[in-house]
Ligand binder design. Structure first.
Ligand code: NAD
Length: 524
């Protein structure tokens, strides 16, 4: 139990600066890292259970979506038994890890941040190859990883020791935060370093132990991050890595009676399955499993008739096509006032035509591939639906190359209730919807089951005020793009079917991994 007053003093949190790739030395460093990493393609990565390296007979491969025949790495096809064993091992480690002073646990995160900073280009190169991020997007992922480590380390220091309670005469009272126990961390592939590391680090720094089950599409980057955390001093038993299929390993972790909490980021469909399974008491279970679920979005940007249309076009284009539209925060609906609709559409078409697509290791390509063959089929399927639901003005097809490339696609005149205006596509597809006025635009924006990010472009303060009050999203952005949340500055998480509004990178986040213990002593 943490009782000591904080003795460690850290400088105030500041976001990691992004790499400027226009500088020749940075460009050269990235090129060298891409070369170095490519020489390691095909390497096999073990699972880690209770500190032991574990190998399975059956293997899985992680491939490069820019060049699908390239095997980035080979990992283990874990089973339910591996998941169960890892939960047992994590409980064993919990007995010692929970007693490690919180300052020391935080220090592990600060050390991990330093290691990631030192290996920045190498980690970004792995991200670029494994999930098809451009240099800038990969660097953003790496920088956010550093930010989560630095921020959660500091947050833990803030939460150490007795928390203030109302004094009561004749009693000595206080409350302390203690860890929950063993948690399952189940991240998606789209922020393979930042999300996997962020959720894992938050659970660990609060004194819990973890079984991490990474995405099948991003298991190499996850293995690299686990190695970083071990090097930084996290005991092997406290962090277990079990790779494999989500429906097997993930499902087993969720249903295990000894799993105390689940931190998940991914699709609405899987999030709901987890919510349901975790809510069902199974034999041997003595607690209500806590779930932290961050899910999908159908994010909109409102372009008002009093907006700077050029700024809106740029913001929407970046949010719609950055990382091929594969961010939960991506703008997939532009809701445009009828007075500026034609001008917006014309400018957006010109802007989208400039989007270059191709292998992500080539810095001339703004967009790389979508993540997998399944993703490609899903996105193209939605584009086909979109051809019937609106007017395709740009794109609408695959882009050349053997990778999973899709053209930046703009579909205009879409009905607010059309499928492509309601369902998460997770690809570079923007639906443009016409609104009569600002109130109508807000009504359309709020008219989906999601509530993650939203943007508004307007010069009218009263309309911005109205959006502040009535645009029902976890992250609202005024006169700027709706992607690119910064740790600390923009705590991130959504409403409704976008999740449990667990605000990552914010002051409430670590509390999701803790429980308060209130202690009252009658003075003699
Ligand atoms: P996904 O739901 O397919 O998979 C997420 C994770 O769940 C993976 O590790 C997967 O192996 C695992 N999984 C799959 N089936 C499971 C099961 N039955 N039981 C337990 N675990 C299982 O999502 P994805 O394709 O990896 O990621 C894309 C989705 O993530 C999008 O919907 C996106 O919007 C969302 N996302 C949300 C946020 C956010 O902060 N809200 C951030 C990033 C991504």
């Amino acid at each position: 139990m943490a009782t000591a007053e904080t003795t460690v003093r850290k400088s105030e949190f500041a976001n990691e600066a992004f790499v400027d790739f226009t500088r020749p030395e940075n460009k050269a460093s990235m090129e060298a890292a891409l070369k170095k990493v490519a020489a390691e393609f095909g390497k096999e990565y073990p699972m880690y259970i209770g500190g032991e390296k574990v190998y399975t007979t059956e293997k899985m491969a992680s491939t490069n979506p820019s060049h699908p025949s390239q095997v980035i790495g080979v990992f283990q096809a874990g089973s339910k038994e591996h998941a169960d064993k890892a939960v047992e091992a994590a409980w064993k480690a919990f007995e010692t890890w929970k007693k490690v002073p919180a300052e020391e646990r935080a220090e592990c995160l600060f050390r991990a941040a330093r290691i990631v900073r030192e290996r920045k280009f190498e980690i970004s190169a792995w991200i670029c190859y494994e999930v098809g991020k451009s240099w800038a997007e990969a660097d953003g992922d790496t920088a956010e990883t550093i930010d989560f480590l630095e921020y959660y380390g500091r947050e833990m220091l803030r939460l150490i020791g007795p928390q203030p309670v109302t004094p009561m005469k004749g009693e000595k009272n206080f409350m302390v935060y203690i860890p929950l126990g063993v948690g399952a961390a189940i991240p998606p592939w789209n922020f393979p370093a930042a999300i996997a590391t962020g959720m894992t680090a938050a659970a660990l720094v609060t004194g819990n132990t973890v079984v991490l089950k990474p995405s099948e599409e991003a298991s190499v980057v996850a293995a690299k991050m686990v190695e970083v955390l071990y090097e930084a001093g996290i005991p092997k038993g406290a962090l277990n890595l079990v790779t494999g299929a989500g429906e097997i390993v993930g499902d087993a972790l969720v249903k295990n009676p000894k799993t105390r909490f689940i931190t998940f980021t991914g699709s609405k469909e899987v999030g709901l399955l987890i919510s349901e399974a975790a809510g069902k008491k199974v034999p041997g279970q003595i607690w209500i499993k806590r779930t932290v679920l961050e899910m999908g979005g159908k994010d909109a940007t409102i372009v008002d008739d009093e907006a700077d249309v050029d700024a809106a076009v740029e913001g929407v284009a970046q949010a719609a096509f950055g990382y091929q539209g594969q961010k939960c925060s991506a703008c997939s609906r532009a809701i445009v006032s009828e007075k500026v609709y034609d001008s917006f559409v014309q400018k957006m078409v010109e802007r989208a035509k400039k989007v270059t697509v191709g292998p992500s290791e080539d810095p001339n390509n703004y967009m790389g591939p979508v993540a997998s063959k399944t993703a490609l089929e899903t996105v193209l399927g939605y584009i086909d639906v979109g051809k019937k639901e609106g007017r395709v003005l740009v794109g609408g097809d695959r882009a050349p190359g053997d990778g999973y490339f899709v053209q930046a696609t703009v579909i205009a005149d879409v009905d607010p209730k059309a499928r492509i205006a309601q369902e998460e596509i997770f690809g570079p597809v923007l639906a443009v919807i016409k609104a009569r006025d600002f109130d109508h635009a807000l009504e359309i924006a709020n008219g989906t089951e999601f509530g993650l990010t939203g943007g508004v472009y307007s010069k009218n303060q009263q309309k911005l005020e109205k959006a502040r009050d009535n645009f029902y999203v976890g992250n609202l952005y005024l006169n700027r793009k709706c992607t690119g949340a910064m740790v600390g500055a923009h705590p991130f998480g959504g409403f409704n079917m976008s999740g449990t509004d667990s605000k990552t990178g914010g002051p409430d986040y670590l509390l999701l991994f803790l429980q308060g213990k209130s202690i009252a002593e009658k003075l003699q």
